[in-house]
Each structure stands twice: as C-alpha cells, then as structure tokens.
Design a protein. Structure first.
Length: 262
C-alpha cells in the first residue's frame, strides 16, 4: 500500500496553520544565525514565503531566491511585500535549479524533514554556496514532541488511528542534523533548541486549524463522526482553555548551522 503524502498547496491556509509558527521560531533562529547584511540568500523549501519575508525584513539581503515544489504556495509568496526583493521559483530541494557557488547563505525553515533524501538536500545547499558560505536550518523536533500539532496527533493515535509523519522525520534530531552537516563538508557545526508559544483566541479557532492541517486533515475526515467528537472532547480536556477561552500551545524546534571551508 502506498503511504499517504503530506502536501501543501494552499498558501493562505498554510499561513494560518504554520506561517505564524514559522515566524515565531524564525525570529529566534535569525538572531542566532546573525547574518551580515548584503548577502545573497537561497531559501530552500520557501513555501508561502513566511520565512522569506522575515529575511527581507530583518537581514538586509542583497538578493533572496526562494524555491519550492508547490506552485500554489509560490503564488501566495509572490503576493508578499518581500517579492519586491525576493524571486520565487518552482524546484526540488534535492536538485536546486541554480549553478554552483551562487549564494552566500542557504536556509531550510521547517523543511528538512520533508526532503525524501535529507542528505542530498544538504549536499545541494553546499553545492550552491560559495566557499565560506553558511547553511542553516531549523525543524520541529518530531521525535521529542516539539511539533506544534503533536497534541492532536497524540489524541488521534490514542483513538486508534494511524498518524502520517514526514518522510525524513529523523532529520529533525539534533544528532542527525550534526551528522548531515558534517557529511556535507560543513565546518564549525553548531546546534541549538528553539522554544516558542502561540495563543489561539478560542478552542474553536484552534480546532478549525489543528484538525485541518495537511497531515492531520485527511485522517480526521476519514474518522467516524463519533471519533471526531471524542477527539474534540479529549483536546478540550487536555489543553484546558483559560478563563477567556484562549488556548496556548508550545512547540520546540532544533536548529543547525555550519560554514563551508574557504
């Protein structure tokens, strides 16, 4: 049987589902990377441009190229203010559509676990970087409970339904990140953990997003109505909205960076 795949095509919904989370973690990530101004960037797996927008706002880049396989996501990215500087192209992280040594910095924001061959994706970042160039990434800690929607996944699993995970979920482990960067020839490899929190105005808002994500939505739509109702009740009991009905969730990402030798 062919395993279901996680696909992101709706840039506007992705903004509600993950764009907010991406920026929360991305702010901390960019502070840690501390890039110089005037660099040539490539944002691999740029999606709807949430992280690309941060780069343009905060890092004074000379140029930014965003690449992603989803034309639907790219169409949304092109509507952002960042598009005045950033260029967006369709492409594969394992075969980037750029010549060797084109960029000063390459990033993957919440992407590496979606690359079927993560090692090839990191090797491609190394290929398109100049000598001395920096590659950096952050990814939700899929095995450490860091995924923002992990509570939903866990309650679905408790009801006996199978969860779909990204194809390279292991690549979100700190030790695997270090190995991937080292094997690709990067030096001075460093890692860190990023913890963020997001508050939803109501349980209804949380459920409207959390039960319809790319990985969770298809499962929920295939569940019997009684199980869906049980899922909602379990989540309400687990997350315990505050006195104003708000729901706050935490998430944890692992990050890695390293430079090519000059």
């Amino acid at each position: 049987m062919v395993e279901p795949q996680i696909r992101f095509e709706d840039g506007a919904f992705y903004e509600r589902m993950m764009g907010v989370w991406s920026r929360l973690a991305g702010e901390i990530f960019l502070d840690w990377v501390a890039p110089a101004p005037g660099l040539r960037w490539v944002d691999v797996g740029c999606g709807n441009g949430a992280f690309t927008e941060l780069v343009v706002q905060r890092c004074a880049p000379a140029s930014v190229d965003g690449v992603d396989p989803s034309e639907g996501q790219l169409a949304f990215a092109r509507t952002r203010p960042a598009s005045r500087i950033a260029k967006f192209a369709q492409g594969d992280a394992m075969a980037l559509p750029y010549p060797d040594a084109r960029f000063d910095i390459a990033t993957m924001a919440l992407v590496i676990f979606f690359v079927p061959d993560a090692a090839k994706g990191v090797a491609e970042m190394a290929r398109v970087l100049r000598p001395g160039g920096l590659a950096a990434a952050y990814a939700w800690d899929m095995h450490g409970g860091g995924f923002p929607w992990a509570p939903v996944q866990q309650e679905i699993s408790a009801l006996g339904h199978k969860i779909v995970y990204p194809p390279s979920a292991d690549a979100s482990r700190v030790e695997v990140m270090r190995q991937l960067w080292g094997n690709a020839g990067f030096a001075d490899v460093q890692t860190r953990t990023i913890v963020v929190h997001r508050t939803f105005d109501s349980m209804d808002e949380f459920l409207s997003i959390g039960l319809n994500t790319a990985s969770i939505g298809p499962i929920v739509r295939g569940m019997p109505p009684n199980d869906v109702e049980s899922l909602k009740q379990r989540l309400h009991a687990r997350l315990q909205p505050d006195a104003h009905g708000r729901v706050t969730l935490g998430a944890k990402a692992n990050a890695v960076k390293g430079r090519l030798p000059r």
